[in-house]
Design a protein around this ligand. Structure first.
Ligand SMILES: *Cc1c(COP(=O)(O)O)cnc(C)c1O
Length: 402
């Protein structure tokens, strides 16, 4: 038995790499051993503006010495400002604040169900979701995601979610029954392996929802807040959802989430209908506003789009050099996936030896998710380290073959 694990008092639900980090700056992390790592995982697309960004540190520490928490029983000026900025920058009219991606998705589904219910269609509580989806780990969200590995052993799957194949509009039409009230989709599947959804499919869903009176929900927990080179990924497809969830990068590393909605979609959520103790907490709102200051600064998102294009170009060259390791390069902005020919966990392990952090995903994909403030030089350095990791994987393959 591994003594490190035997002595841990944390429930062992995570396969942790054998490294701990002490501090960070921008795209770099320093381990407790004093070694520097290039962070192209960003804590799973969370530290969107890098580690210890001075503007965020200032927002957190100055708020931290004033007020941490008061609950939602009182006015929330910093939250009002944050909500106003989010709705001004998107299709939405209203924001509901929560603390995690799964919780924002729960709010979205509850909102959709209430909307149908108050319109006299309470039977329309069902949500269509897509194969390969990931919406979080609460009991309802593992039902929404529909993946056996997350559902196993947790009793009956929460009712109300029907799963269909991705990118098949005929299957969507066929799956709509008298109980269907909403459709939920990630515009790009993140955990599922950076699987791009064609814009035409998303436009098709919009049209179907309008025709059948369904609520369209985009889970942008991973794709949002600049990750794809737009503020939210729906901007790439020319239509907008009725409800959108955001988490991960929205707080630059501070745990928080938001559910954005049109006034019409949110009609059912009236006083007392839904709530959370921590959602919209002053610390979160201060850091959220500071994160927006960075992301919404003129030229920032254009730069992310350009860097993403450059990076995918360089990675395509890497694929040409290492065809035995990399099968495909895909993504949008700085949400990039390398589809591999061998398990992504092995690749991530080799990358770690090169002092580079990347993140395994489904469909044999390893995700490259640098902080959005990454420089050209850092991207070039990341590619060098990925190159070395590819060479190490090739070596392993050669050994295995002989
Ligand atoms: C990470 C993720 C979630 C879950 O977020 P948590 O904060 O872990 O609850 C939901 N949806 C998508 C698309 C995600 O990437």
């Amino acid at each position: 038995m591994n003594t490190a694990h035997a002595t841990s008092a944390i429930v062992p639900t995570y396969a942790r790499a054998n490294v701990a980090f002490e501090r960070g700056e921008g795209c770099w992390l320093v381990s407790t051993e004093g070694e520097r790592y290039l962070d192209f995982g960003a804590g799973i697309a969370v530290t969107s503006v890098g580690h210890a960004h001075p503007h965020l540190v200032e927002a957190l520490t100055s708020q931290g010495s004033k007020l941490w928490h008061v609950s939602n029983l009182y006015q929330n000026p910093e939250g009002e400002r944050f909500a106003r900025r989010l709705v001004d920058a998107t299709f939405a009219d209203l924001a509901f604040f929560a603390n995690s991606g799964a919780e924002a998705n729960e709010a979205a589904v509850k909102m959709a169900r209430r909307r149908q219910s108050i319109d006299g269609r309470p039977e329309r509580y069902r949500t269509l979701t897509f194969e390969g989806a990931f919406h979080g780990r609460t009991l309802a969200m593992i039902a929404a995601g529909g993946q056996a590995k997350y559902l196993d052993g947790f009793g009956p799957k929460v009712d109300g979610f029907d799963q269909i194949p991705l990118t098949d509009l005929a299957a969507v039409e066929a799956a709509i029954g008298p109980g269907t009230g909403s459709i939920m989709i990630e515009p790009i599947q993140g955990e599922g392996g950076v699987r791009l959804v064609p814009p035409a499919f998303l436009r098709g869903l919009r049209e179907i929802c309008d025709r059948h009176g369904l609520v369209l929900i985009f889970d942008e927990v991973q794709t949002g807040v600049g990750r794809t080179g737009r503020f939210f990924a729906y901007e790439h497809c020319g239509v907008h959802p009725d409800i959108l969830t955001s988490a991960k990068g929205i707080g630059g590393g501070f745990p928080m989430s938001a559910c954005l909605a049109t006034a019409d979609a949110a009609r059912g959520l009236t006083v007392g209908v839904h709530g959370t103790t921590f959602g919209g907490n002053p610390l979160a709102m201060a850091v959220g506003n500071a994160t927006l200051d960075v992301i919404l600064a003129p030229g920032f998102l254009e730069r992310v789009a350009r860097l993403g294009l450059d990076m995918r170009q360089r990675l395509a060259e890497l694929k040409d050099r290492h065809g035995a390791v990399i099968e495909e390069v895909r993504g949008e902005g700085l949400l990039i996936g390398l589809k591999l020919k061998s398990p992504p966990a092995n690749f991530a392990e080799e990358a770690l030896k090169q002092k580079l952090l990347v993140i395994p995903a489904g469909d044999n994909v390893v995700r490259v998710l640098p902080p959005l403030v990454v420089t050209d030089e850092e991207l070039a350095e990341g590619v060098r380290r990925l190159d070395a990791a590819c060479a190490a994987v090739e070596e392993r393959l050669m050994v295995a073959m002989n």
